[in-house]
Design a protein around this ligand. Sequence first.
Ligand code: FES
Length: 99
Amino acid sequence: MTSIPFDSLTAGKPQRIEVDGVGVCVARVGDEVYAVADICTHSDASLAEGELNGFKLECWLHGAEFDIRDGAALTPPATIALETFSVARSGDTVTVTKN
Ligand code: FES
């Protein structure tokens, strides 16, 4: 598990962290925080460098979109869902855990 301060997350701006040695893309939408695998299921691109529009996370490399809430692949060329991670918030601390 990895803990980060809630204030370090900017709404709408994904951020890459490491959880047990795995890259995780963490994103804040309003006051909610979501976490999915950082590497796109289409090829080797960091999704934390992509764009977040509402709950849609867009890969910067070929434009696939994923739902940040459940990791679902929404648009091609990605067809495989992202792994999701558990997020728990306690006060100013956000803890991300591998499922
Ligand atoms: S690497 Fe993400 S869409 Fe191709």
